[in-house]
Design a protein around this ligand. Sequence first.
Ligand code: 13P
Length: 291
Amino acid sequence: MLVTLSELLKDAKEEKYAVGAFNVPNLEAIRGVIQAAEELESPVILQHAEVHENLIGLEEIGPIMLQYAKAAKVPVAVHLDHGASYEMCVKAIRLGFTSVMYDASSKEYELNLEETKEIVKIAHAAGVSVEAELGHIFTSAVGGGEGRGSDSSDDYEDLEDVYTDPDLARKFVEATGVDCLAIGFGTVHGIYLKEPKLDLNRILQIKEKIDVPFVMHGGSGVSEENYRTAIKNGICKINYYTYMNKAAGKAVQECLENNTEDAVFFDELSLKATAAMKDNVKAAMEIFMKP
Ligand code: 13P
């Protein structure tokens, strides 16, 4: 059933678990994620990232995501991930998405605050929740998403500059009225090319200042221990994509390598990819979900 993000995150925050938020730019991903959530009887978030517009447009995939969410046996929120423009957020709201992320984190703090405030006003009037980002989440040189560019952590010397500042986070949340906040503490979008330098204590420091649900971006590829500590410290939503996408690619590759027939049929590859994403997502959700 289709539910709001606020509803899902309220329970996650009270019960100290996290809801997985999976990017689904194709039907295989949507089906894999829904099958995993239903098998585990866990709530889940389906999300479409603006950087995936090159793979499929919001207006094409959005109604399909909503259809699967409504038909699911578990609570599902449908979310816009990294909305970069006012227009994109409004489009998602009009389609019936239950939440939007407006990401102006690369802009000056004041501009991020003013623009986010504006989106919150519109979204809340439509009963839609808003996620914003403060600080910076790196993008790996591999698999970080078409159009996102790479700024892997090797490029940074002073990480203090990019991790979310706790006092600023309080001011930002209070001024904008966002429902949840994506925070920077060292995670990376895409493949982890080296061990991430996670500042998991920072989540606690931010929580001491402002008690809203926090979002981990670059969630796939993080160790089980780090997931558990991050959740204990206040992460309630974990954005996850690259490693489920990689698992699907590997399954297709193995299928092709093992093929002894004269022809390769795409429907078989599609089913293998769906099953691989389901298994990968399930393993992650088993760590995130309420015990
Ligand atoms: P990964 O693809 O690195 O798991 O990150 C997903 C994400 O943060 C989407 O916003």
